[in-house]
Design a protein around this ligand. Structure first.
Ligand code: JFZ
Length: 440
């Protein structure tokens, strides 16, 4: 044992960098600043857009950006989609203005999804929007310019999983034999390729918000060389925030933790089993129907009320809300989504100060609602509660006053060692969120 343990130690250490991110990472001051900005921002637009939008889900519910894999389309056939991608109606100014009206502070857009197609001008590949489509313009570049103009931060969703690249080999759980790729390939050449594309994204478009990784789950045991990738990003842009949708606790080098279609700590989806980081910013993503990319038959839209509730509950957990839309192949945002975004934006025009710049409140979100707080005030968000008196046992912050957020009218409350009781005003059924301001 005495001989074995140092050996084991060395072995383990040799493995750690590949498995566990950027060793010894210390976020730069601008990174820490951006984390605060991120937590204040609270609300962003997620955009899944690629050549798959042309197929619009193929008439099946629940298929969009996964259509290549779900319908087993070989690479040579799938590549033809690029020839049909001509979103002449794409107007970045229209998109970014919508984002602003929606009350959102940032955009996270797919620079590359699992299908491997780059929505930016890549030197290392011709499988990109500039080289392979009749449109021929750099979508990411155009959007970034407009974001800079209008003061919106841009993040890139970047898939580590790649169903197109031949060197993504040995293949993982998806994108397997149907793609028609050779049964050989150089994994390290693939990682080099990915890092080159990331370098392009981090050097050709000015300052970006960060990188939202996805796809490691396709090959959990592979050597993703995360240490190298994360170091590269933080070297090129120390302020860029890195997150990864690996459904595990954040690895060193990651700057925020994300939750897919679940509130932090909840697991209705079955894949959100990781815990919740106590030190990093959090973000929850959700989509407006059941698809990320554009699906023409998926009309299962969530209501404005439902989405406001999710945003408020996320804020009650201290998490951002990243709400997704899948633009159509003509370059337009689905009109139903535009309506929803504007309605939530209208709500935020009034209630935004109880969301933006807040941190999670003193009691955890519960079926009745959630709490948020900032300097000197706690916001009580009553979402689903029919009674007259809201009982909050365990609420132990001293309250000076309680008023209705809307009109500052007085709200009765009782407080003792056990907690807080609030008498709620009547006629509040139609309100998506009854906000009460507690002065501390
Ligand atoms: C991933 C992507 O596959 C999907 O297309 C979309 O971009 C979404 C935001 O992120 O979704 C996943 C990834 C992994 C699992 C589930 C959904 N998983 O491992 O269970």
């Amino acid at each position: 044992m005495r001989f074995l343990s140092p050996l084991l130690f060395i072995l383990l250490f040799a493995m750690i960098p590949s498995l566990h991110g950027q060793q010894g990472y210390r976020p730069a001051p601008e990174n820490l600043q951006n984390r605060e900005w991120f937590m204040d921002a609270k609300y962003g637009l997620f955009i899944h857009w690629g050549v798959y939008s042309v197929l619009a889900g193929g008439g099946d519910q629940g298929i969009a950006e996964w259509i290549m894999n779900r319908k087993q389309i070989p690479v040579v056939q799938y590549e033809k989609l690029a020839g049909f991608f001509n979103p002449t109606g794409f107007d970045p100014a229209e998109w970014v203005s919508l984002v602003k009206k929606a009350g959102m502070k940032y955009i996270t857009i797919t620079s590359k999804h699992h299908d491997g197609f780059a929505m930016f001008d890549s030197e290392i590949s011709s499988y990109d929007v500039v080289d392979a489509t009749p449109y021929g313009k750099d979508i990411i570049g155009l959007l970034k310019e407009e974001c800079d103009r209008q003061g919106i931060r841009l993040f890139f969703y970047h898939s580590q999983l790649d169903w197109h690249h031949p060197d993504y080999y040995p293949r993982g759980n998806t994108g397997r034999d149907y793609t028609g790729r050779p049964d050989s390939g150089d994994w390290n050449a693939y990682i080099d390729y990915m890092n080159t594309q990331l370098t392009e994204l981090l050097t050709n478009y000015g300052e970006i918000g960060g990188i939202w990784f996805d796809g490691m789950w396709d090959k959990p045991e592979a050597n993703w060389r995360l240490d190298e990738t994360y170091s590269l990003i933080h070297r090129l842009q120390p302020g860029a925030l890195i997150g990864s949708n690996h459904h595990r606790m954040p690895f060193p080098g990651e700057d925020f933790q994300m939750f897919e279609r679940d509130l932090p700590g909840q697991n209705t989806m079955g894949f959100n089993e990781a815990g919740v980081s106590e030190s990093l910013p959090l973000e929850m993503c959700e989509t407006m129907n059941n698809s990320w990319g554009f699906n023409i038959v998926d009309r299962d839209y969530k209501s404005v009320r439902q989405l406001i509730h999710t945003m408020v509950r996320a804020a009650g957990f201290g998490a951002n809300f990243l709400l997704n839309t899948g633009p159509m192949p003509n370059g337009k945002i689905q009109p139903e989504n535009v309506d929803t975004l504007l309605a939530i934006g209208k709500w935020l025009e009034t209630y935004g100060s109880s969301i933006y710049g807040t941190r999670k409140g003193p009691v955890e979100p519960a079926p009745w609602g959630a709490t948020t707080q900032k300097e000197g005030v706690i916001f009580l968000h009553v979402l689903d509660f029919d009674g007259d008196t809201l009982d909050l046992p365990g609420f132990n912050v001293d309250i000076k006053s309680a008023v209705l957020f809307e009109d500052h009218s007085r709200v009765r409350f009782w407080q003792n060692k056990e907690g807080l009781k609030i008498r709620l005003p009547e006629n509040r059924r139609a309100i998506p969120d009854l906000v009460i301001t507690l002065e501390t």
